[in-house]
Design a protein around this ligand. Structure first.
Ligand SMILES: Cc1cc2nc3c(=O)[nH]c(=O)nc-3n(C[C@H](O)[C@H](O)[C@H](O)COP(=O)(O)O)c2cc1C
Length: 330
């Protein structure tokens, strides 16, 4: 996997499922991260080829709970992100999925209490030995590239020191979110501190934070010197941010997301969550569209809401005709 000059879709819980990743890739994302999946959950999963939908599922054993869904068209650019606090468990989780994805990433930046209280996400940032164990064991035992995603530490010097230790584990790249753990999303990302990490390392750095327009990709690269640039909210609100031709209207992008959700039979909770985030950004959940999304219980309800019922019916009546290797209807 090449990490230079890439536009990267950031990991986003509940958003970064298969249809959203494919949508971003279609608009121009070169690398697409999946949502963080906790190792405890992944180790309970078995791999199942799903010929009906044309994808590969990782399903919690003894249940029909799909924890991760992927497909051939994204095989060479999808990154599986793991939430972990334990090297052996991280390896066990990674081994289940590593042959179906382009890279394995460890989340070292999530500040949410469920992560930190379990010793995962940003909690790792204060445990460099554990970081070393996790990344080294993955690196030693996997053929798949290994990366991690960190936040800034209290001082630039601390961040650089940690990044140097991380680099020594031999990982392929490091994503740096230019905010500290205590920062809020509205606080500006500190691109200059990402630049300090870039100068100190030889491995590719993926700069992350505050990309909202296509031109920002280049601005971040120039300001930080980073190899590649990662975007989360800018893509969530309008996945066509990756298109060099300029953004499409958000309503059109949203409709395409609905169609992809139908085509890939996306988890309804993920589809609703993503639509809610988009609507909240441009409009309001108090208006009728928002209320209807909240009330929807199935993809059929969503299809009806967006005038895509005939597409929904066509896809489901012709499921064997969906080509699993390309994801296109024949
Ligand atoms: C809805 C949402 C979900 C997120 N989930 C994850 C996640 O699963 N793993 C992770 O490392 N970061 C996660 N993040 C953080 C983003 O990947 C990114 O680091 C952060 O939003 C800063 O990028 P931005 O300024 O482009 O939004 C999430 C962010 C958002 C908005």
């Amino acid at each position: 996997m090449e990490y230079r000059n890439k536009l990267v879709l950031a990991p986003m819980v509940r958003v970064g499922t298969l249809p959203f990743r494919l949508l971003a890739a279609e608009y121009g994302a070169d690398i697409t991260y999946g949502e963080e999946i906790i190792d405890h959950k992944m180790v309970k999963c078995e791999r199942k080829v799903n010929d009906y939908i044309g994808c590969t599922d990782f399903v919690e054993k003894g249940t029909d709970n799909i924890v991760f869904r992927t497909c051939n068209p994204e095989r060479n650019h999808v990154v599986f992100q793991i939430g972990t606090s334990d090297a052996v468990r991280a390896l066990n989780a990674a081994q289940i999925v590593c042959n179906d994805v382009a890279a394995i990433d460890i989340n070292m930046g999530c500040p949410k209490s469920f992560s930190v209280s379990g010793g995962m996400g940003a909690a790792l940032l204060s445990k460099p030995e554990l970081i070393h164990d996790i990344l080294s064991i993955l690196k030693r035992n996997l053929h798949t590239p290994v990366t991690c995603k960190i936040r800034l530490l209290k001082s630039t010097q601390d961040t650089v020191e940690l990044a140097r230790r991380i680099e020594k584990t031999g990982i392929s790249a490091i994503a740096v979110h230019g905010r500290r753990v205590a920062d809020r999303p509205r606080d500006p990302a500190k691109w200059s501190e990402i630049a300090d990490v870039v100068s100190a390392l030889s491995i590719p750095v993926i700069a992350n934070g505050d990309v909202f327009e296509y031109d920002d990709f280049e601005r971040v690269k120039v300001t930080t010197g980073a190899s590649s640039v990662m975007v989360a909210r800018g893509a969530l609100w309008n996945a066509s941010i990756f298109s060099p031709a300029g953004k499409l209207h958000w309503e059109d992008v949203k409709r395409e997301y609905v169609r992809k959700s139908i085509l890939w039979d996306n988890d309804i909770k993920s589809t609703k969550h993503t639509l809610r985030e988009i609507i909240m950004h441009y409009s309001s959940l108090e208006l009728s569209e928002g209320k209807s999304v909240i009330k929807s219980e199935t993809l059929a309800d969503i299809a009806r809401l967006y005038g895509e019922d005939s597409y929904y019916q066509f896809v489901n009546a012709n499921r064997p005709l969906v080509n699993g290797s390309t994801g296109q209807l024949l």
